[in-house]
Design a protein around this ligand. Structure first.
Ligand SMILES: Cc1cc2nc3c(=O)[nH]c(=O)nc-3n(C[C@H](O)[C@H](O)[C@H](O)COP(=O)(O)OP(=O)(O)OC[C@H]3O[C@@H](n4cnc5c(N)ncnc54)[C@H](O)[C@@H]3O)c2cc1C
Length: 424
């Protein structure tokens, strides 16, 4: 496992600060050791540092190098598999689960303010509808929000109202939600790492963990050093290679994003004057938004495993033009891919491998807000309150042996099945 630099994304090209945390060398001891510096690891590290713990974060590559620093950046309320939790726990924990749907958004909102993180945070989001059943879902979702006294503006919009907001006739309606939004995810992750560092956390980049001793005082090893901790948190998600048991818990799936050149003011007024994030409800979903410097950032999933920039640009451009044909003459400046961790039952996996070894992963492509909640739930568990961790931990992960070996056929099958479901 050779340490790598950031992938050539729009985010890496517009990073506020190129981080340069030292490689781990020699032996250290710490209270909490976290493996992986994406949102899961950094969010937990910041919560734990705020609680006064001694925290050491070990990252194979760079802060935000994985899915976190490559994401569409859409801050979507709710979390994947929330319906499964709701069904399992019923009315007894209904309020607890409802509040968790939005807590990640509020953590991001508060942190950006508290630590003055410069990350193009914007509020405002449209769930767009393609079919009548999507409109029905939007209506019932909006009613649910009102019944729960959701504190942000929401409105169900008609086809014409939707077209007025985002300059396309492709959608037959939408739900406007001003409590969801979008962000430059890499700059957010780096800003949060800096906040954790300011509270005393030690961070090491370019330090892949190659071995773990799962003893009463767990110890991790890299090529040049080791860390012994009272508690270990594994937050490598779909990029986590070394723990065989955990590797079988999630299916790594590639997701793809392009960013155009900066758009003219005329085009911006036509396609997104209110700077909203937009996402469709399909399983093979399409999502788009403007960046801080007014490019259109467009993402989707493909039945493809590579990272060929020309191919990604061509395929995603075709899809983008179906929505915005008049962007035909606009250049695509960036194209990249990243790996998400999908779980079989779609429930995020927050749990324990041993009494002092925790893991947090598998947000099934819906992780910007959920990782922020997960970090808080992990910090609560580590500091002695298991109530919210148990909601997840009691739903045992469904393991598929050898998912990393059969990733391609599994992914092709998954994309095909999801495409069929989207057509229904
Ligand atoms: C292209 C793309 C678009 C997305 N868009 C959205 C979106 O718009 N909205 C949304 O909500 N979600 C989105 N997601 C999902 C979201 O980004 C993820 O759910 C979330 O970022 C996961 O964060 P994480 O910290 O768990 O994992 P990651 O960000 O993948 O971080 C894992 C880290 O662990 C490190 N690591 C792994 N193994 C080791 C090791 N052995 N030693 C040390 N370090 C190790 C990796 O280098 C990596 O930095 C998207 C994902 C992708 C890929």
């Amino acid at each position: 496992m050779q340490p790598q630099q950031h992938t050539a994304s729009y985010y890496a090209a517009s990073i506020n600060k190129v981080t340069d945390y030292p490689q781990l060398k020699g032996h250290q001891t710490t209270d909490i050791c976290i493996v992986g510096a994406g949102f899961s690891g950094i969010s937990a590290g910041l919560h734990l540092s705020e609680l006064g713990y001694e925290v050491t974060i070990i990252e194979a590559n760079k802060i935000g190098w994985g899915a976190s620093g490559r994401a569409g950046g859409e801050i979507i309320g709710g979390f994947s598999g929330d319906d499964v939790l709701q069904k399992k726990y019923g009315s007894q924990d209904a309020d607890l689960i409802w509040n968790m749907r939005w807590e990640g958004n509020e953590i991001i909102r508060n942190r950006v303010k508290q630590y003055a993180i410069d990350c193009d945070l914007k509020w405002g989001y449209l769930d767009v509808a393609i079919k009548k059943r999507h409109v029905d879902a939007i209506n019932s979702w909006c009613e649910d929000l009102h019944n729960h006294n959701y504190p942000h503006e929401t409105a169900v919009l008609t086809k014409d109202e939707t077209a007025d907001l985002i300059g396309t006739n492709k959608y037959i309606g939408s739900l406007l939600n001003m409590g969801n939004g979008h962000v430059h995810p890499l700059n957010l992750c780096i800003g949060e790492a800096k906040a954790a560092e300011s509270l005393g956390a030690l961070i090491h980049e370019q330090s892949p963990v190659i071995k773990i001793d799962k003893t009463s005082k767990p110890k991790i090893y890299t090529a040049h050093g080791s860390v012994s901790a009272n508690t270990l948190l594994l937050a490598g998600n779909a990029y986590h290679q070394f723990d065989k048991k955990m590797r079988n818990f999630i299916i790594p799936v590639n997701s793809f994003v392009i960013a155009t050149e900066p758009l003219t003011n005329d085009i911006i007024q036509k396609i997104n004057p209110q700077d909203l994030a937009v996402c469709d409800p399909n399983y093979i979903l399409e999502y788009f938004r403007l960046t801080g410097d007014k490019r259109l950032l467009f993402g989707t999933r493909l039945n493809y495993y590579g990272n060929d920039e020309t191919y990604i640009k061509r395929e995603l451009r075709k899809r983008m033009l179906r929505i915005y044909p008049y962007l035909n003459n606009v250049n695509i400046d960036y194209a990249w891919t990243g790996r998400i961790g999908v779980t079989i039952n779609h429930v995020p996996q927050l749990g324990k491998l041993a009494s002092n070894i925790y893991y947090s992963q598998g947000y099934s492509g819906h992780g910007v807000n959920m990782t922020h909640l997960a970090g808080k739930v992990m910090s609560e568990a580590i500091s002695g309150s298991m109530q919210r961790l148990d909601l997840f931990n009691n739903i045992r992960p469904i393991a598929i042996p050898g998912t990393h070996l059969i990733q391609r056929p599994l992914l092709s099958l998954g994309v095909m099945l999801y495409k069929i479901r989207d057509l229904l």
